[in-house]
Design a protein around this ligand. Structure first.
Ligand code: SF4
Length: 310
């Protein structure tokens, strides 16, 4: 593939892409809260068979894991690559596009962008590069949910499937765990914008692989049952109980929170059961409810070229 110039992204000269709105001049080498410049920083491009079978299929998805993150949850399950203190792995655009294109044929023809909120213009350049290479995969936006409506509006026509987390309705927990008291408000507005673009239907092809729509993930945290109930209630009452929800029990305490008063354990069966019961009581009927033993799986090792078990 010939060299693709990285387009000049004017919006990065005073970056307000995400709700942090820290205004860093990333075009001129400044690092914002997300510790990222204009160059594309990617920690891993790999095949992943993730949590939802409509995205993974039998062959998996080509996931592009951007380095660093605009949220910095203290319990992050991908902390090796998402910590803003982790190393920079800046790659030329044509190398990223070329690696994705090489991998695509081994997957269900889906590309997932993981933690993309701080790399929106760069992600669009990657999508354009893939399309210029003659490929036409489904594109998944796999986000922590801390996105701005104006930024999501730019993605209309580029993104096929939104795969947002909805982590918190409790702003005190959002502040304590992610330094983002405005997360509940920002994530609510972001999900409403995704819903405006996609509605509640998940369109799947003849092989059962998703092609368009929204899947909302909620990771249940230990000691935070009310937060989870409030998240589900918000989605059911203010967006739609027809949305596909992926309820996840896979939380495990990383080293960083091994001594934290709430986060140093996995979730209790009684906690999870309350939330699963509420899931059905609120009228959700589409999606996935993980088994409680899931915390024993899904643990990536980003020191490997292939961080996930296939
Ligand atoms: S994307 Fe990064 S630089 Fe831009 S506003 Fe968010 S945290 Fe700041």
């Amino acid at each position: 593939m010939s060299k693709l110039p990285l387009p000049v992204f004017e919006e990065l000269s005073h970056c307000t892409l995400c709700p942090r709105e820290c205004g860093a001049d990333r075009l001129n080498g400044e690092f914002g809260y997300c510790n990222s410049r204009a160059e594309i920083s990617v920690s891993s491009i790999c095949i992943h068979k993730g949590e939802e079978p409509v995205i993974s299929g039998s062959k998996g998805i080509c996931n592009v894991f951007f380095s660093h993150c605009n949220l910095q949850c203290i319990y992050c399950q991908n902390h090796d690559i998402s910590r803003n203190s982790s190393q920079h792995t800046e790659l030329p655009l044509e190398m990223v596009v070329s690696r994705i294109c090489q991998m695509l044929d081994q997957t269900e023809n889906i590309v997932g962008f993981v933690s993309p909120s701080h790399f929106i213009p760069q992600m669009i350049a990657i999508i354009q590069g893939i399309r210029q290479a003659g490929k036409n995969p489904v594109f998944v936006y796999n986000t922590n949910g801390y996105d701005k409506v104006e930024t999501l509006q730019i993605l209309e026509g580029y993104i096929d499937i939104y795969l947002p987390d909805f982590k918190y309705r409790d702003e005190n927990i959002a502040f304590a765990y992610s330094q983002a008291r405005d997360y509940p408000m920002a994530a609510a507005a972001a999900l409403k914008e995704m819903y405006r673009q996609k509605g509640s239907s998940l369109i799947v092809n003849e092989n059962g692989i998703a092609e368009s729509g929204i899947i909302v993930r909620h990771l249940v945290l230990p000691g935070a049952v009310q937060n989870s109930l409030d998240v589900l209630q918000f989605i059911a009452e203010e967006i739609s109980p027809k949305l596909q929800i992926s309820l996840m029990s896979q939380y495990f305490p990383t080293h960083d929170v091994s001594k934290h008063p709430q986060l140093s354990r996995t979730i209790y069966k009684e906690e999870y059961q309350q939330i699963v019961d509420a899931f059905y009581d609120f009228g959700f009927y589409r999606g996935w409810v993980q088994e409680l033993i899931s915390h024993a799986t899904y643990r990536p090792d980003f020191s490997n070229e292939q961080p996930f078990e296939l």
